[in-house]
Design a protein around this ligand. Structure first.
Ligand code: PEP
Ligand code: MN
Length: 334
């Protein structure tokens, strides 16, 4: 249920109402916008007399929220959420490029790629240190050493870093990571999500291989209802009956998610296609669909990459692409 307050209500009257609602066993999410304040009621509201609340002098309107997701529901928070990572802002009109290799492989590799993507306009560096691999025999990342190399690249370039956490037992190692990524395979690892909800880190939550938008939002809800509101959603392609691409990039997810939630939504065309030559067009398509950011895999030597070389752009290809992305972005959000 949401309670929209009248414009300019007195603070003590508002606090009285919140206190009363809390006494009914509810948690209250307050969204203070420029024009209106919305109280989002979290918990069992079936026993709340809607007509009574509606009749209060300070209340403008009361609505039931039928969707199972509350904290990430745009009805609870009508204005776009802007996630801040240092000086970088994502969402609410702030568009951000994230780029870097699939996996951190060496200091030279990550520093070279970081400098190149920064020069091309990227504002955040990606790179996996803990890699989820389909085969247990494949390279699974440099782990703690990989994190250390990411820190070096951050120091050299000033770019904040995003990297994937797979196991909650490694959380301590991520203490100074700027954004923690939850990969597609872990989107429904509910214990991990709850634990990340207790941190103050921005979380990049990728859509699962075969998950609906509602399931993605319910996963965001796990993080947010545990106390961490800074969630960025990522459409990275889903399993369909496509036979020539790695996945199917569900572009309509972007405007749909923007309707349903106030959280920023980014697009990853690299894992969506699996093919470097297709990545540029899909990156432009994601930008045109209104994404708040585009995350792309870039490698200085794709042929010898330890992971996802086939979908990785070379730095010069990335630089040519970002110019076009910025041009499309200008059309979408002049
Ligand atoms: C990744 O971003 O490196 C990754 C493994 O992506 P996904 O979880 O979307 O497959
Ligand atoms: Mn990858």
């Amino acid at each position: 249920m949401i309670v929209v307050l009248k414009h300019g209500v007195q603070r003590d009257k508002r606090e009285q109402l919140i206190h009363w609602l809390e006494k009914q066993g509810l948690r209250i999410h307050i969204s203070e916008g420029e024009y209106q304040t919305v109280l989002g009621l979290i918990g069992d509201t079936t026993h709340i007399d809607m007509d009574l609340v509606d009749s209060l002098e300070i209340v403008d309107s009361v609505k039931r929220v039928t969707e199972p997701f509350k904290c990430c529901n745009r009805k609870f928070h009508p204005e776009d959420m802007v996630v801040e990572v240092g000086d970088v802002k994502i969402g609410g009109g702030h568009f951000v490029l994230i780029a870097g290799p699939c996996s951190v492989e060496s200091e030279e590799q990550i520093v070279t790629v970081a400098a190149a993507v920064k020069a091309a306009g990227a504002k955040i560096l990606r790179g996996g240190a803990f890699k989820p691999r389909t085969s247990p025999y494949d390279f699974s990342g440099l782990k703690a050493t990989g994190l250390e190399l990411l820190r070096i690249a951050r120091k050299e370039t000033g770019l904040p870093i995003v990297t994937e956490l797979m196991d909650v037992r490694d959380l301590e190692l991520f203490a100074d990571v700027d954004i923690i990524q939850v990969g597609a395979r872990n989107m429904q690892n509910f214990d991990l999500l709850r634990e990340l909800g207790r941190t103050d880190k921005p979380i990049l939550l990728k859509r699962g291989l075969a998950n609906t938008l509602k399931e993605l939002l319910m996963s965001a809800e796990y993080i947010m209802s545990s106390g961490n509101e800074r969630v960025i959603l990522c459409e990275r392609g889903i399993r369909t009956f496509t036979d020539y691409t790695r996945n199917t990039l569900d572009l309509s997810a972007v405007p749909m998610l923007h309707e349903l939630t106030h959280l920023p939504v980014i697009v990853d065309p690299s894992h969506a296609t699996g093919i470097a030559r297709i990545v540029p067009n899909m990156a432009l398509a994601g930008t045109a669909a209104g994404a708040d950011g585009i995350m792309i895999e870039v490698h200085n030597d794709p042929i010898n990459a330890l992971c996802d070389g086939a979908q990785s752009l070379r730095p010069e290809e990335y630089a040519a692409l970002t110019e076009k992305i910025f041009a499309v972005r200008k059309v979408v959000a002049p």
